[in-house]
Design a protein around this ligand. Structure first.
Ligand SMILES: Nc1nc2c(ncn2[C@@H]2O[C@H](COP(=O)(O)OP(=O)(O)OP(=O)(O)O)[C@@H](O)[C@H]2O)c(=O)[nH]1
Length: 322
């Protein structure tokens, strides 16, 4: 049985299929004539079964969790990062308080699964309600199957890294234009469904060209990085922040009751100037335009255009005032 809901690996990634892992576990339990086999993922405080073999006698479904405080076989495998074979657990006093032994399991053969970095991912294991007498070749077999799972993890790791690289602006490490278009439209769709308000801030650095021309491109780059960091500092994790290109940035805010967009914009502007000064970069200000999603049918491109126009008006007004 697969754990479809909570598991962080989404089959939408297409590169990776939990069904393949399910087939591997089912095949392994068949070959071992065992009633239960698992792929277990270790998180901070629990051991979570992410794939569980499909025999009726198997008491644990995918999604079941065992506490990291419990005396369980997988914990020892990951502590030693070595295979473990327990052929007759009730004859070995170290497992007396194990909840698995209390559930009737007598035999365990498991191997550690690692991420490509070498960090522990979890375990690949087969369990039986009776004493077993596995040949050494059984361990070899389970290690071979584990290697297939590790190959998938390496693929997934590469894919995740590549996707992140493709979505991030290489200078500021916030979302790039392509990611912004995708993520913001998605957020608008969700906001319509869940009924929360969205506001878009269009942010442009004032007098950026003179800053570049006077102090050099590297100083300009530092100012861009400083703005990205300021946005991360001032906005919420649920907000989407990105760089559209040049000195133009955007934030898509999930508006909460009591939020005042003008105060958020003022805070961004003030904090940016303070941060520039702290970093020894010549101080300049921001022009920030905004748009609040008005009609349910409006799409992200239209919202962005309104925020851009508002920013342009504010910039012209501030230039006229100087
Ligand atoms: N340092 C640096 N400069 C960049 C980058 N991308 C674009 N620019 C420069 O950013 C400047 C943006 O020009 P403008 O928007 O006209 O600059 P501005 O002086 O802020 O004009 P106003 O918005 O009217 O205040 C141009 O000089 C670009 O060459 C970058 O990645 N790094």
């Amino acid at each position: 049985m697969l754990e479809e809901n909570k598991w962080t690996f989404r089959r939408a990634d297409k590169q990776f299929s939990l069904e393949k892992w399910q087939k591997t576990i089912d095949l392994m339990t068949d070959l071992f004539s065992a009633p239960a086999g698992f792929i277990v993922h270790k998180t901070d405080d629990v051991y979570r079964i992410i794939v569980s073999s499909e025999q009726q006698e198997n008491p644990y479904d995918a999604g079941a969790e065992l506490s990291a405080d419990d005396n369980i076989f997988c914990k020892k495998v990951l502590r030693d990062m070595a295979p473990l074979y327990v052929d007759h657990a009730s004859q070995d006093s170290q497992w007396d308080d194990s909840p698995l032994v209390k559930d009737g399991f007598e035999s365990y053969l498991g191997v550690p699964i690692s991420w490509p970095s070498g960090d522990p991912f979890g375990t690949f294991c087969v369990m039986d309600f009776k004493q077993t007498h596995y040949q050494p070749s059984f361990l070899e077999l389970i290690e071979q199957l584990r290697d297939m799972v590790e190959d998938d993890l390496a693929l997934l790791d590469n894919f995740t890294q590549m996707r992140e690289i493709a979505m991030l602006d290489s200078l500021t490490n916030i979302y790039n234009r392509r990611a912004i278009d995708l993520l913001c439209q998605h957020k608008l769709n969700i906001s319509k469904r869940l009924g929360f308000d969205i506001s878009c801030l269009f942010i442009d650095i004032n007098s950026f060209k003179p800053l570049n021309d006077t102090y050099g491109h590297e100083v300009g780059d530092l100012a861009l990085i400083c703005l990205a960091d300021t946005m991360k500092e001032c906005l919420r994790e649920t907000d989407i922040i990105g760089r559209l290109g040049g000195d133009e940035f955007i934030a898509l805010l999930q508006v909460q009751p009591g939020d005042c967009i003008d105060s958020i914009a003022d805070k961004l502007n003030t904090t940016f100037q303070v941060n520039l000064e702290k970093r020894g970069i010549p101080v300049t200000s921001l022009s920030i335009g905004s748009g609040v999603i008005a009609q349910p049918k409006e799409n992200f491109a239209e919202l962005l255009k309104r925020a851009d126009e508002d920013m342009y008006e504010k910039k012209q007004a501030s230039k006229a005032a100087r």
